[in-house]
Design a protein around this ligand. Structure first.
Ligand code: ADP
Length: 580
């Protein structure tokens, strides 16, 4: 974008000498004062100098090729750290691109702040046709937990403080902060400016549960014959890992992790009921939800998935309005997960399940049966590879590196990887989340690599990868240890559909056959591998991890292997004309 009309911010001069400072400096000072050290974004009018200045002042600025991915990186950084991730964009279209990520962050309860430059208020409000004119504040409101605009430089400190507090307190979410171009160039006396900054104290205070709620929950739990603990990504976010593990182990109650809660306890834990998921959901009589919502991912707490047995739910959540959202909750426990779980643990006898071996034995039996079935499927070596044989290779490598972050999206690639790839540490798995969306791949991978300083393996369906594939350049530019594995089966779901008219256009689900995604990364100096067998995939992945270099493995999967919509076939409206 042209910079001709940019307000000048001399990023190298010391503002102290003139005894004035400006909006640019104040935004950076306010973020730094609150220990925010990284901005994910994409420069242009009117925020280019803000990014330059952030870098000059010692912050990390990670520049993307599309704002949606910068926003996703910020959101996942927020999930990993409990501090709001920051995404910086230009006005109107840049803002709208970032808004997708902001909405996704809000939906997933990830704390992030989308900061966008905007056009002049006076012109926008009179709709006089400014450059990139848009009423961004109002556009953001329905998709954000909160939205603020700052009009005066002396309010920047308060604006940033409010944004931080809104993002991380209570149920975390996405916050929009609107910074009109004029604000950034406003000058202010240095002393007054310093005094206007706010260091947020205790941004996400502990929220202790009421004693009577804890008692009620314990009574429900103690009445159970077939109890189940269900851990959601809120439990992972809360960073109460030791307390949660102690509660699970002390009670002896079987548990199920939702996908982004995998690794809170290692997936190989003997109390994990993951391999008997359908069985426990159907047969449990008391379910303790910890940071998990009864949304579509849990069939809204009713229907066939949950069986005919009457159920009682205990729900631990920070948001009181989440309770009874889908079915009646017998015992809500409102507060932060660390405090709530500690209170529950204090009331549960050690070996609570010891007298109830029937339930645990039934789960163990089902688990062993399913694991044996899965092992037989994974042991097969079809040619070309299918999802299972490719994932077996990846699973075996990742088992040796529990510190590696895993990003996962796709339809079949997501469904299979979620159950086949074990996780061993908390907050290491990042995926399509609450919306079940595609497009988070490279943004999450970059955010996770930058935030953790650890390698990332992104397991991507070829369709899912397409949404953020250009960020390979970003990965190479910052030399990030990200290995992207594209499960290439030539299409959305699979590559075998045909155009029934016999016309020239391919079917709506089909891509270029035999595409070489590995060559895309080579264009930017990264390392490409082409893998057609599990052995080649293993070798390539081991090399990628050892090198710590940006790598892409084009994993060729049988184009007939996928199923329509993965496991979500039931969500497709049926058309008699096209369904077979
Ligand atoms: P999943 O998709 O893994 O089931 P959800 O995103 O549906 O997880 O649910 C997360 C829940 O966790 C939300 O209802 C949110 O309010 C809650 N939550 C997030 N952080 C905390 C926290 N620190 N303490 C208590 N509850 C939390």
């Amino acid at each position: 974008m042209a910079e001709a009309d940019q307000p000048a911010a001399n990023v190298t001069s010391t503002q102290q000498a003139t005894e004035t400072t400006d909006g640019f400096h104040l935004v950076i000072d306010a973020l730094k004062l609150n220990d925010i050290d990284t901005i994910f974004g994409l420069v242009g009018i009117p925020i280019t100098d803000l990014a330059r200045l952030a870098q000059a002042e010692g912050m990390r600025f990670i520049g993307f090729r599309h704002e949606q991915h910068a926003g996703n990186a910020a959101a996942i950084a927020g999930f990993m750290t409990k501090k709001p991730g920051i995404c910086l964009t230009v006005s109107a279209p840049g803002f709208l691109n970032g808004l997708t990520a902001l909405a996704n962050a809000t939906t997933n309860c990830f704390p992030m702040i989308l900061i966008s430059g905007s056009s002049e208020r006076e012109i926008v409000d009179l709709q006089q046709g400014d450059y990139e004119e848009m009423d961004q504040l109002n556009a953001a409101k329905p998709y954000a937990k909160a939205a603020f605009r700052v009009l005066h430089a002396e309010d920047i400190g308060i604006g940033v403080a409010r944004a931080i507090r809104a993002a991380v307190s209570g149920r975390p979410g996405g916050v929009y902060l609107d910074l009109p171009a004029k604000l950034l160039a406003q000058t202010l006396d240095v002393v007054k400016a310093q005094q206007s900054l706010v260091k947020v104290v205790d941004a996400a205070p502990r929220q202790l549960p009421a004693t009577e709620s804890v008692e009620r929950a314990l009574n429900v739990l103690k009445s159970a014959k077939r109890p189940l603990i269900l851990l959601g990504k809120g439990a992972a976010y809360a960073q109460a890992d030791a307390e949660i593990r102690a509660f699970v182990e002390q009670s002896g109650v079987p548990y199920l992790p939702m996908s982004m809660a995998k690794g809170l306890l290692p997936d190989t834990h003997e109390q994990s009921a993951s391999a008997a998921r359908s069985f426990v959901l159907e047969n449990a009589d008391v379910v303790v939800l910890i940071g998990a919502r009864l949304n579509w991912l849990l069939s809204h707490g009713k229907g066939k998935t949950w069986g005919a047995q009457p159920k009682q739910f205990v729900q631990v959540d920070i948001s009181p309005t989440e309770i009874d959202s889908n079915v009646a909750i017998a015992a809500p426990v409102i507060g932060d997960i660390g405090s709530c779980v500690a209170a529950l643990r204090a009331g549960v006898d050690t070996g609570f399940m010891k007298s109830n071996t029937e339930w645990t034995a039934a789960i163990a039996e089902r688990k062993n049966k399913n694991l044996a079935k899965m092992a037989a499927t994974l042991d097969k070596n079809p040619s070309p590879m299918n999802f299972h044989s490719a994932l077996r290779a990846i699973r075996d490598v990742l088992k040796t590196r529990p510190d590696i972050n895993v990003v996962n999206e796709g339809a079949n690639t997501l469904d299979y990887a979620r159950s086949i790839i074990d996780m061993y540490q908390p907050r290491k798995r990042f995926d399509s989340g609450t919306w079940g969306i595609m497009g988070i791949g490279m943004g999450f991978a970059i955010g996770a690599a930058v935030t953790s300083g650890k390698p990332v393996v992104a397991i991507e369906g070829d369709s899912a990868f397409g949404f953020s594939g250009m960020e390979l350049e970003t990965i190479c530019r910052y030399d990030l240890p990200v290995c992207t594995i594209v499960f290439n089966n030539n299409g959305v779901y699979r590559g075998t559909d045909v155009n029934p008219t016999g016309g020239k256009d391919v079917a709506p689900t089909v891509f270029v056959k035999g595409a070489r995604y590995d060559r895309m990364i080579e264009a930017f100096g990264g390392i490409g591998h082409h893998a057609t067998t599990p052995e080649e995939l293993t070798k390539a992945l081991l090399e990628a991890i050892a090198s710590g270099k940006p790598t892409l493995i084009n994993a060729v999967i049988d184009e007939a292997a996928g199923t329509e919509s993965g496991r979500l076939t039931n969500l497709n409206p049926q058309s008699a004309a096209t369904k077979k």
